[in-house]
Design a protein around this ligand. Structure first.
Ligand SMILES: NC(=O)c1ccc[n+]([C@@H]2O[C@H](COP(=O)([O-])OP(=O)(O)OC[C@H]3O[C@@H](n4cnc5c(N)ncnc54)[C@H](O)[C@@H]3O)[C@@H](O)[C@H]2O)c1
Length: 250
């Protein structure tokens, strides 16, 4: 299927690593023009160099999504470089401490909320004026299966992702009349640098909870993101779609 994403201008936060990095590769194969934003300057530069060597039109912008002005600069960079912004993928995020809620203190939650929830709000707000003016746009937010059901020891992480899901639904309702779709993708546990603490032995153990018998890989998540960005997904909005090997079924 031709996803008709050639020349589309795609911003990916968290584009230097994991799901965001693999998603950049999938958009590159479609001929999209890429703007990667990430807090890790070195990894970002490496991703830009690799994608460019593979033929992509791509720029990178160091950004901390906790900083609204930086998110505005990221969007301005995309518009200045490529003239428009068609797609925003919010993949920047952190896992935070794996501790029982009763063992945490408020300081343990601040970055989780500031990056995983407020950071997504910042980037969404930074693109909305432009997408409204264009009367088109696609926003795809990385939430999580934990945002639907939540789990012990990642309660605040799950709460931020639940926030992303309801943010997504609310924005879909507000922005639909402007031709903008907003959807959330909810991965189950996926092997990336964020989950590098997972050993193969742990995967074998945890995989028993997954009907498809394994944990995820970024390549399991990126195809849905590119599909949601495509014209074929023009009647899908306000959804929180699980990609989780059958772990979650809501
Ligand atoms: N890996 C999983 O099991 C899993 C499961 C469900 C959801 N997710 C979500 O998917 C998204 C991507 O996760 P991943 O597994 O690819 O992780 P990752 O750590 O490989 O990539 C996340 C990227 O976000 C960047 N980032 C972190 N804080 C930032 C900030 N303040 N400003 C800008 N960039 C920042 C990091 O530098 C990194 O490059 C996250 O939102 C995560 O919560 C991951």
């Amino acid at each position: 299927m031709d996803l008709q994403l050639a020349n589309q201008v795609v911003i990916i936060t968290g584009g230097a690593s994991g799901i965001g990095r693999t998603t950049a590769e999938y958009f590159r194969r479609e001929g999209s023009r890429l703007v990667l934003g990430d807090a890790q300057a070195e990894a970002l530069a490496a991703a830009v160099t690799e994608l460019r060597a593979a033929g992509a039109e791509v720029v990178g912008e160091t950004v901390d999504v906790r900083d609204y002005a930086a998110c505005q600069r990221l969007v301005a960079r995309a518009a200045d470089t490529f003239g428009r912004v068609d797609v925003l993928v919010n993949s920047a995020g952190i896992g935070g401490p794996t501790m029982f809620f009763a063992e945490t203190i408020p300081a343990d939650w601040q970055d989780l909320i500031a990056i995983n929830l407020v950071g997504v709000m910042h980037c969404c707000r930074a693109v909305t004026d432009r997408m409204i003016a264009q009367h088109s746009g696609r926003i795809i937010n990385l939430a999580s299966e934990a945002g639907k059901g939540n789990e012990k020891r990642i309660v605040v992480y799950g709460a931020t992702k639940g926030g992303v899901i309801t943010l997504t639904r609310g924005l879909a309702v507000e922005l639909g009349r402007h031709g903008i779709t907003v959807n959330a993708v909810c991965p189950g546990v996926t092997r990336t640098p964020m989950t590098s603490y997972i050993t193969d032995e742990m995967e074998r153990e945890w995989a028993r909870m997954y009907p498809l018998g394994r944990l995820g890989r970024p390549e399991d998540i990126a195809p849905l993101i590119t599909f949601l960005a495509s014209p074929q997904a023009s009647w899908i909005t306000g959804q929180a779609i699980s990609v989780s090997g059958g772990f979650g079924r809501s």
